[in-house]
Design a protein around this ligand. Structure first.
Ligand code: ADP
Length: 212
């Protein structure tokens, strides 16, 4: 298991957003969390990704108990990739610069390989406003992958995309999990997209269940 999260409960003020949620994620597993707006997907993925501290939980990430992780920023940088809607690309930096912004030691050959793998090499010198929404999301995926994370969290990565581009993003995430052994956790309200994942969970009113 790369991630074991047991009995997560989360309150916003008096409102219970998550009620005793447990989820286990294996190495290389592609997991989709589906559910209607307001069901708790975003709260859950933010907690799993260590971006939000839960009211109550028992979490082990890469064999570290979350409360024992001293330097959470370094831990995140070394192990976790993010594709979150609020992590926008920076418009005055090129695609290449956006992808390598948070990389300490850039290995140009490796970045080139990654860009080719994601079929965005030809876009490397363009600016985000010069490329399409689908291409921008592939750039965000490249940025999430460039530090070779062990697990990637993607919160509604296709929220702003049409169905063809959404389909392509999910196919790409599926390929990344299969070919690189990276675990991927993605939230979506679209069940058809979620069906590309190895495992589907359904959120409803702060509760989680297996989708069959
Ligand atoms: P989803 O991602 O499925 O749309 P969320 O996790 O965003 O669901 O929301 C779950 C519940 O928690 C909703 O009732 C929402 O209104 C509430 N909520 C989410 N974020 C906040 C916040 N920052 N402050 C207060 N309530 C919130």
């Amino acid at each position: 298991m790369i991630l074991e999260a047991k009995n997560i409960t989360h309150f916003y003020g008096n409102e219970k957003a998550l009620d005793d949620v447990s989820i286990f994620i294996k190495t290389g597993e592609f997991v989709a969390i589906v559910g209607k707006s307001g069901s708790g997907k975003s709260t859950l993925i933010s907690i799993l990704a260590t971006l939000l501290k839960p009211t109550n939980a028992n979490m082990t990430l890469l064999n570290h108990k979350s409360e024992d992780i001293k330097d959470i920023d370094t831990f995140r940088k070394e192990n976790i990739g993010f594709i979150f809607q609020f992590h926008y690309l920076i418009n005055y930096l090129t695609v290449y610069e956006n992808i390598t912004l948070a990389v300490d030691k850039i290995d140009k050959n490796e970045v080139t390989e990654l860009l080719k793998y994601l079929e965005i090499y030809e876009l490397k010198d363009k600016y985000p406003y010069e490329i399409s929404g689908g291409q921008r999301q592939r750039v965000a995926i490249a940025r999430a992958l460039v530090n070779k994370p062990k697990i990637i969290f993607a919160d509604e990565p296709t929220g702003n995309l049409d169905s063809q581009n959404s389909d392509n993003v999910f196919k790409l995430l599926q390929k990344i999990a299969r070919e690189n052994g990276v675990s991927i956790v993605v939230t979506t309200h679209d069940l058809d997209l979620a069906k590309k994942a190895d495992t589907i969970y359904e959120m409803s009113d702060g509760h989680i269940s297996n989708y069959n």
